[in-house]
Design a protein around this ligand. Sequence first.
Ligand SMILES: Cc1ncc(COP(=O)(O)O)c(C=O)c1O
Length: 418
Amino acid sequence: MTKVNGFILNAQKLLSSRARTLNPSAIREIFKYTGVGGIISLAGGYPDPNLFPYDKVKESVNAALDKYGPKMLQYSSTQGVPEFLDYLRWFMREREGCHHCDEEALMVVSASQQALSLLAQVLIDPGDIVIVEEPTYVGGLVAFRAMQARFVGVPLDEDGIRIDILEQKLRKHRAKGDPVKAIYTIPTFHNPAGYTMSIDRRRRLVELAQEYNVLIIEDDPYGYLVYEGERPPTVKSFDTGAVVIYLTTFSKTLIPGYRLGFAVGHPDIIRKMVVAKQAADLCTSAFVQYATLEYMQRGYFDEHIAKLREAYGQKLQAMLQSLEHHFSDIEGVVWSKPKGGFFVWMTLPEWVDTYEMFKYAVDAGVVYVYGSAFYPYPELGKRNTLRLNFSLPTPEQIEEGIKRLRQAYERYKADKGR
Ligand SMILES: Cc1ncc(COP(=O)(O)O)c(C=O)c1O
């Protein structure tokens, strides 16, 4: 029991049974090293603040205040402010080839983490199954776990989710009568793996979801951050029957401080998410919605994306070259070669446990996220994997960070007697 100003409240007794099962994410401990003198962090997933479009943000905020006045400072509709909703519907239809973006199919959210949380609330009864990629985004796991979902993992390869294994698992769980509610996927420039799902698998995924009456949750924060080749079509663009809930966010393409994103999907689901959002925060800031609308209408979105592609593309190259330089001589070491996004996924020899190796990394002055954190049941995850971020550090820090990672590996190897 924690004493507050001398008083004791038995708070534990007041917590719901659901809250008692909530635990802070294991990776929080890693972030205490971020910003600690001299340590290079390849751990987080932050955009580079030097790339934030300060001037364009200021300009669009001021212009929007002049244009929209008090509406911008007022409470607003839970679904989103009408002008921004109209714009996003147009955006999804014309630019993303979305087949159904009418009135009740689209809502604004306070960034995609909120959409995941709302989806978990409206879909999951305790024990319901969510199929997730292995590895997957920790925040997705946290949102579904909070509603006491069970997870079924499907491995990834370089072409995204293993669709053959997915089909087997769907068949097996249908035969058992299990309540499989959703398939959660990050198909483009995956967090943490960096892989991108092939077009064939995107098409097949939609067919399978229709056949098994399961929702696809397509989480797409990185799709625009493409550094090589073309941006692949979204899974949503293959979806004529509204089996996909598409989520995206302005966190990586504009600024995370706005906490702004949107969700598009079946109206029956979106309507329920709107009700759940009412309970969560009444509405997403009208200020932020009008400012972003103005920013986009001025053409700044595409202009800024072009800059991000250039700058992050260079950082990705720095990371791939450093890995080549410092790790290509070790048998059994491989890493993903993403064409966009923020992350590279690394696999070390089988005997390595990256959780154990972490303290060697801290001693060498670098941090990463150990791979087991990205598995629904970390104890069953691949312990010889880790995630590296290249969006926040400079190219020089990336090179130095990978060099230190090799030093950490060598010291760990020596201590293991390998
Ligand atoms: C795959 C994925 N989904 C969702 C989010 C949440 O982002 P936000 O809530 O800022 O939109 C992130 C953030 O890193 C992410 O990587």
